[in-house]
Ligand binder design. Structure first.
Ligand code: CLF
Ligand code: SF4
Length: 470
């Protein structure tokens, strides 16, 4: 990656997989209105592009958003990005969105500004986005063929008129492509979000990937449809299902070689605060922020960035070291390994405390991050919730092993029965080197005949994103 691009993404938890182990984002919900209807969104809830439907956010003014940024930056040194991702569309609320960015840049000059939009009004605002130094823009593009689009978008509102059917999708598509081209011409990094809807656009996403790559998109984030009936979305009510874990991975894999594929998106809320795998929004509600005082101090933030640079160097050195000695081992085997990690890119979480597992694909080429699986907590603070265990096992059912800092006897036995190896021996190691070390042992056991390699089945994707701790 060219160094000027790396400098832009290395601290952005969404644009760099490596950064998401170290850096946090916050969203401010200053944009309630929307100008289109997506069949996966229920307007009573947050924007499904960037948050789970079903979690109501507190809306706020640009001034409240700026104060919240100051407070969060003072107490969360990992914070590197301020995003506007709804709960409607950032550009359907342009004055509030741009005022918020102006205030943010004045108050916390080292914050990155990030905007997410459906793209309908993008061509009108690209120059303003550029002038404000917003150098990360996400466009949700679910199709490049209006025939397909008409099954996703029942209507749009454009130039004082409501459009429906194929005409609506044609306009949306043209605006999205034009907006993307205008952004990349100006050197703004663009990420494309696509919701994978089985039977509607799943196979078409490869074409979407090609189309956005040819227009300069930096990253393509393919996310599973969330469509539980209780969310009240059109798709949810029609019984439209989301993809399984292996279906999602297959489409992401097919897109490899085109625009870079993002696989670590957590489909967060429009008011999310914290690392991608957590939500601290309830610590920073409007009334709590009103009562707090804060001022901008760059020193702890700079110290934290230096610490991360040291950890990154260590992690890479450990990975390189572990990659030795692969010669002679079978290179036709790939396995998935689930990892419980809370921070720093290490195997450092107890099985029962994990609200997600990171999934790595191990092969003789190394350890590659391929996704994550959200789960309900097994340990409920003082007791274990046995009913959760079958769901957790189904979420990592396609994995051969799960690496954890620690695990109790009951889940260990159940995992073994399901054919998943629970492993504590790599506790507190960096993930990549731990995954490679486990895989080497696995291949050696296959070579010696101690075990027989078998492919695993599919796994479930849990509906819904993180909710804040109570
Ligand atoms: Fe927010 Fe989006 Fe910016 Fe990230 S989220 S506006 S690019 S700072 Fe990130 Fe959240 Fe996925 Fe979005 S994990 S939903 S991709
Ligand atoms: Fe909902 Fe976002 Fe689609 Fe608007 S763009 S309908 S808020 S998902």
């Amino acid at each position: 990656m060219p160094s000027e691009v790396w400098d832009k993404v290395k601290d952005h938890p969404c644009y760099s997989e490596s950064a998401h182990h170290h850096f946090a984002r916050m969203h401010v919900a200053v944009a309630p209105a929307c100008n289109i209807q997506c069949n996966y969104c229920n307007r009573k809830y947050d924007c499904a592009n960037e948050s789970r439907p079903g979690v109501v956010s507190e809306k706020m003014s640009p001034e409240q958003a700026a104060k919240k940024l100051l407070v969060v930056a003072a107490s969360v040194p990992q914070l590197s990005v301020l995003g506007i991702a709804g709960p409607g569309d950032a550009l359907a609320n342009p004055e509030k969105t741009f005022k918020t960015f102006e205030l943010a840049a004045q108050l916390v000059p080292d914050i990155k500004l990030c905007l997410s939009t459906n793209g309908l009004l993008l061509p009108d605002y690209v120059d303003r986005i550029h002038a404000l130094n917003v150098d990360h823009v996400t466009i949700t593009i679910n199709m490049v063929d209006p025939e397909i689009g008409q099954h996703i978008y029942p209507w749009i509102f454009f130039k004082n008129k409501r459009w429906t059917g194929i005409e609506a999708s044609q306009i949306l598509h043209e605006q999205q492509m034009k907006g993307l081209e205008m952004l990349t011409e100006r050197g703004i990094l663009c990420k494309i979000n696509s919701v994978m809807i089985p039977g509607i656009n799943d196979q078409h996403l490869v074409e979407v990937n090609r189309a956005v790559k040819s227009r300069g998109a930096f990253l393509h984030n393919i996310m599973p449809l969330i469509s539980a009936p209780e969310h009240g979305t059109a798709f949810g009510l029609q019984g439209q299902r989301g993809p399984s874990a292996q279906e999602l991975k297959a489409v992401q894999d097919k897109c490899e070689g085109g625009a870079n594929v993002m696989r670590h998106c957590r489909q967060c809320r429009a008011d999310a605060v914290g690392m991608l795998n957590e939500d601290r929004s309830t610590e920073f509600t409007n009334d709590k922020v009103d009562a707090m005082e804060a001022s901008y101090d760059p020193t702890p933030r700079q110290n934290y960035r230096e610490l991360v640079e040291r950890q990154r160097r260590d992690r890479m050195a450990a990975e390189m070291l572990s990659l030795g000695d692969m010669a002679g081992l079978r290179n036709d085997i790939k396995i998935l390994i689930a990892v419980a990690s809370k921070s720093e890119g290490k195997v450092n979480q107890h099985f029962g405390h994990a609200n997600e597992f990171q999934i790595y694909e191990a092969s003789t080429a190394g350890a590659k991050f391929v996704g994550h699986r959200r789960v309900d907590l097994y340990c409920q603070g003082g007791y274990d919730d046995e009913e959760k265990l079958p769901h957790i096992i189904r979420a990592i059912n396609d994995c051969h092993a799960v690496l954890v800092a620690k695990i109790g006897a009951c889940p260990r036995d159940e995992l073994k029965k399901a054919g998943i190896d629970p492993v504590e021996t790599h506790a507190f190691e960096y993930i990549e080197s731990a995954v490679i070390a486990y895989f080497k042992t696995y291949l050696q056991q296959v070579a010696s005949g101690q075990i027989m390699h078998q492919n695993r089945g599919d796994a479930d994707i849990r509906q819904g994103a993180y909710t804040a701790a109570a």
